[in-house]
Design a protein around this ligand. Structure first.
Ligand SMILES: *Cc1c(COP(=O)(O)O)cnc(C)c1O
Length: 464
């Protein structure tokens, strides 16, 4: 498989190249040149297959033609998903009423990003080793996503990772999930400042081209195609388990950057019979407003109970836009320039109508989120986290056909967001086994002032 950029200039790169590049040089996102299609037999196999077996078969066409061979991919996949604490990796839980929860939170950090990052960290390491290269990953976190990147990179030979967090402004559990990781290549930095300060420092480090090139700075950010690819697997597998590849299934997805639900679109293009995508947004509802009006318009970020979805722009939407524009990269580049300049762009009435054949969205605010957590507990005796509740609430509001099962993606373990859950149901969810004694483990991090030179010198000193 070769890859093209959504802005049409870069093309003809193989999987290894786009894995390490992340973003295309023309500013676009990489997508496969064509969508591989699964036959019915494959769905029959997938219905009873292990997660790792299905993952290898679904992902192989995207990797084929690169320096990875299928044995190597198979062992990386098996290793990545052996870190999950449920043997089924993504168990499907039947709530009743045709609603299902696909539990994406059994990885090391209890949130769905592990599914992609556990794989991508290992893919990076293998490709870098082959090329005799090293990278330095630098990132900032407000608390929710730093640990997934750290767990993905820990103990990887060719990677050093530095994660900046605002000192005293992340919860104890969140900080400890990062700072108790005992691996020589993991470096936590507490910055005397806010999350925005941390982000500005990271941007400034990347803007220092001399430092960036010398240390081969990189980010495993959510626009990397390999992350989307890893997420296609559970859409295909859930559909195979519920409908054998012949019966339609719908998905409800709590959405921020659009990476998760775009993987669902890819599964549909591969032949998975998905009849409806229901996007759940919190008050940061740029996507639901777009589905109503055909206009994508930025607004300021509002803090909510589902912080991993507090975003202004859904970067991965550009991949769907590319398809809506019949893969006309020049047109996508124009729309993106307009978006940056005027903070909005519109699609045509025909494009919107095409999209609405399968897509619906609902905005679920914090009040409704708490009500969904409470009602789910009352009716089904299941505790869901606030992100999952947004998807579930959207499913209940927008489901089109009661005869079609709806799989709601459960993106975080409720114990990751204990305050919101307790406020909704009066019960504080217990930390699962793998995080017991988190509060007793030794922490390791360095405290630095909010100062670019101090952070750069520190990184140089650690790398030697
Ligand atoms: C990242 C995240 C999401 C949003 O996923 P996108 O791919 O950005 O749409 C939802 N829930 C949780 C818990 C997350 O960490």
């Amino acid at each position: 498989m070769n890859y093209v950029s959504t802005r049409g200039v870069d093309h003809g790169l193989d999987f290894g190249a786009i894995l390490l590049a992340g973003l295309a040089r023309d500013g676009g996102l990489f997508v496969p040149e064509s969508w591989p299609v699964l036959d019915l037999r494959a769905f029959e196999r997938f219905a009873g297959g292990t997660y790792a077996d299905v993952a290898l078969e679904v992902m192989w066409p995207y990797v084929d033609g690169s320096s990875f061979d299928s044995d190597e991919l198979g062992s990386i996949v098996a290793d990545a998903y052996s870190t999950f604490d449920d043997p089924d990796v993504v168990p499907l839980r039947d709530l009743g009423d045709g609603l299902y929860l696909a539990e994406l939170f059994h990885g090391p950090t209890l949130a769905f990003k592990d599914i992609a990052l556990q794989l991508v960290g290992r893919l990076f390491d293998a490709e870098l080793a082959r090329r005799g290269q090293r990278v330095t990953i630098v990132g900032a976190t407000s608390g929710d996503t730093g640990s997934a990147a750290i767990e993905a990179c820990r103990d990887r030979e060719a990677i050093d990772i530095f994660i900046l967090h605002p000192e005293g402004r992340v919860s104890d559990v969140q900080r400890r999930q990062m700072t108790t990781v005992d691996a020589p290549n993991v470096h936590n930095i507490a910055i005397a400042g806010t999350f925005d300060d941390c982000q500005d420092l990271v941007k400034a480090l990347f803007a220092d081209t001399d430092f960036r090139d010398r240390r081969n700075l990189s980010a495993v950010n959510s626009i990397n195609w390999a992350r989307v690819m890893a997420q296609i697997v559970y859409y295909v597998r859930c559909a195979a388990q519920l409908g054998g590849g012949t019966q339609p299934v719908s998905f409800a997805v709590p959405t921020g950057n659009f990476g998760n639900v775009f993987a669902g679109y890819a599964a549909q293009r591969m032949g998975t019979p998905i009849s409806q995508f229901i996007i759940g947004s919190n008050r940061n509802d740029i996507l639901t407003r777009f589905l109503e009006s055909g206009t994508m318009a930025m607004a300021g970020v509002k803090p909510t109970l589902s912080p991993a979805m507090d975003i202004q722009v859904s970067s991965n939407f550009e991949r769907l836009l590319f398809e809506l524009c019949n893969r006309d990269g020049a047109r996508v580049a124009e729309l993106m320039t307009e978006f940056r300049g005027e903070r909005q762009f519109s699609v045509t009435a025909d494009q919107l109508a095409l999209l609405r054949e399968h897509w619906d969205g609902a905005c679920i605010d914090d009040d409704q989120t708490k009500k969904v957590i409470a009602a789910t507990y009352e009716h089904y005796r299941v505790i869901v986290d606030p992100h999952t509740a947004v998807g579930l609430g959207a499913a209940q509001a927008r489901r089109r056909d009661d005869g079609v099962p709806v799989v709601c993606l459960a993106t975080a373990q409720p114990a990751k967001f204990p305050d919101a859950v307790e406020a909704a149901i009066g019960v504080r969810p217990a930390l699962p086994d793998r995080l017991r004694n988190l509060l007793e483990r030794d922490e390791r991090f360095d405290s630095l002032p909010n100062d670019l030179a101090a952070v750069r010198d520190h990184i140089e000193g650690v790398l030697g």
